[in-house]
Design a protein around this ligand. Structure first.
Ligand code: NDP
Length: 495
């Protein structure tokens, strides 16, 4: 009997009546002195924390990054320090627009957020399963996300809102094309690529700078669901991708991704045809070939979903020595918005939660705050400089700033980049590289979605968006117009 354990309340006091509330006699009202009843109800009322405004529905697993190739000529980050080096990682997959209980099999980009527990601190690479995004300026983000969520009156998803926004913002075309292509609905999280998406910088031990993009190619191979297959999956299992991840890892079938990078020098960045910091553009592989780095393997499902996956707090602001930011406007915006979201959802001490905590030394003078559940740095000084500890600031380059100094240093400019209006070449190129049957499915996915546009602005929105597709590729534009029953007089079209 020695291993018997009593149920206790939150303060460890044994609870005798776990299921029966204390009352005045057998049929009388309840007594306030049954404190455990109220503790239980009050805790239940507070179980939910705010869901993430975007990327609410997610799945996560722990794993390991193993370095297979030497890239130390580009970066001094110790995570890449030697071939064979292993670093613990946590990866959270997600959809973007759906709520916490929404279906996994939606046509939606997927979040691909990785936390690396490096000896130099936490490095978060908070990417997607697409190399680009719908917008390139963070000022547009909340407007964009509103169109992916629910109509303020009907509280339903609205193709009219989505296509209205996309048609007014043609920089979205590249991401819209990927979303509507075969890759718009991955078969599950294991069968898609991940991309850091933003341009970051690498600094080597000679303090030389290059720009870098990160790619994670699925070793399981790309597999997708058609719109019809996804509808079928959704009707049977809202959580199929979560289930698939748990089942694969539990049976020892550990999913892997091959980590690769693209490198661009500052000179190449100046000469690049597009703005290399524009999140709606890729760096063509032909010009900037993929370089092998390592293998990321997922091998452990956390034993508590809420503690690890729901409380995981990723932030693009978490970069380590050897990795820096870039002038990518979306990256700069996210450097603020992610930690801000976590302070709201989880509180100011969210980095002390086990999934977010750096397992190596954290050393600063932040103290106190709501839910300070560790030892609050004990009796160590709470100010700097002081005469008692020997802590001092890092003597490497200033990592909180983008180490790249743009040539044009004017501040306070709202100007756009000179060729920012080329929203069409890369989406057109993507359409060109698709096999014929994939082209036809993409056309159908787009037109099926656009058929959902309703209301008095229907014609205007369709026409505005059709022009964008025509500019990317005439065959694409014609195919969609045909499906929508819009007649196009090619002679009158001014391309
Ligand atoms: P490449 O032919 O060298 O590369 C094409 C890339 O597109 C490959 O990475 C391939 O991934 C990926 N791809 C294929 N079909 C789709 C799809 N339906 N949705 C998203 N990605 C897809 O050409 P470029 O590098 O010149 O790029 C051409 C176009 O490919 C770009 O405009 C962009 O739309 C897309 N792309 C480019 C990437 C890049 O970093 N250069 C990355 C991803 C997409 P895989 O090899 O895994 O099959």
């Amino acid at each position: 009997m020695s291993n018997r354990r009593f149920i206790t309340n939150e303060t460890g006091i044994p609870v005798k009546f776990y299921e029966d509330s204390e009352s005045v006699g057998e049929r009388g009202p309840l007594l306030i002195q049954d404190y455990f009843l109220f503790e239980k109800m009050a805790h239940f009322n507070r179980e939910r924390i705010p869901e993430r405004v975007v990327h609410a529905k997610g799945s996560g697993a722990y794993g390991t990054l193993t370095i297979t190739h030497d890239i130390t000529k580009y970066t001094k980050a110790k995570i890449f320090g030697e071939v064979g080096k292993q670093t613990k990682a946590f990866l959270r997959f997600s959809t973007v627009g759906g709520e916490l209980g929404s279906a996994d099999a939606e046509r939606d980009p997927r979040g691909f957020a990785i936390k690396f527990y490096t000896e130099e601190g936490i490095w978060d690479l908070v990417g997607n399963n697409t190399p680009v995004f719908f917008i390139k300026d963070p000022k547009k983000f909340s407007d964009f996300i509103h169109t992916q969520k629910r109509d303020p009156r009907t509280n339903c998803k609205s193709p009219t809102m989505m296509w209205d926004f996309w048609s007014w913002n043609p920089e979205s075309l590249h991401q819209v094309m990927i979303l509507m292509s075969d890759r718009g609905i991955p078969k599950s999280h294991r069968f898609m690529n991940g991309y850091g998406s933003h341009t970051f910088s690498f600094i080597n031990d000679k303090e030389e700078l290059v720009f870098v993009k990160f790619h994670f190619k699925t070793a399981q191979g790309i597999e997708n669901l058609t719109a019809e297959e996804a509808a079928q999956v959704k009707s049977q299992d809202m959580d199929h991708a979560q289930r698939d991840l748990v089942e694969a890892i539990d049976r020892g079938d550990f999913p892997k991704w091959n980590m690769k990078i693209q490198i661009m020098t500052e000179k190449e960045a100046e000469e690049f045809q597009w703005n290399p910091f524009d999140l709606t553009k890729v760096w063509p592989h032909g010009d900037f070939p993929l370089i092998d780095v390592g293998v990321l393997e997922l091998n452990e499902i956390p034993d508590n979903f809420f503690a690890h996956v729901e409380q995981a707090a990723f932030s693009p602001s978490n970069v380590i020595p050897g990795i820096g930011f870039s002038p990518d406007k979306m990256l700069q915006g996210r450097i603020f918005s992610y930690p801000d979201a976590h302070r709201y959802r989880l509180g100011v001490n969210h980095n002390s939660l086990p999934v977010n905590k750096c397992p190596f030394a954290v050393n600063n003078y932040h103290k106190d705050g709501l839910m300070r559940f560790d030892d609050n740095r004990g009796s160590s000084p709470n100010y700097y400089p002081n005469s008692f500890d020997n802590s001092e600031p890092y003597d490497g380059i200033d990592l909180n700033n983008c180490p790249h100094q743009p040539k044009d240093k004017r501040i306070g400019t709202f100007d756009r980049n000179h060729n920012d209006d080329d929203h069409y070449s890369q989406p057109g190129k993507l359409f060109e590289i698709m096999p014929e049957d994939a082209k036809q499915r993409t056309i159908k996915n787009i037109s099926d979605s656009m058929k959902g546009i309703t209301g008095i602005k229907k014609e205007e929105i369709i026409n505005r968006q059709l022009c964008h597709f025509f500019r990317a590729n005439v065959t694409l534009g014609m195919g969609i117009a045909r499906e929508l029953g819009v007649s196009i007089d090619m002679d009158k079209m001014k391309m």
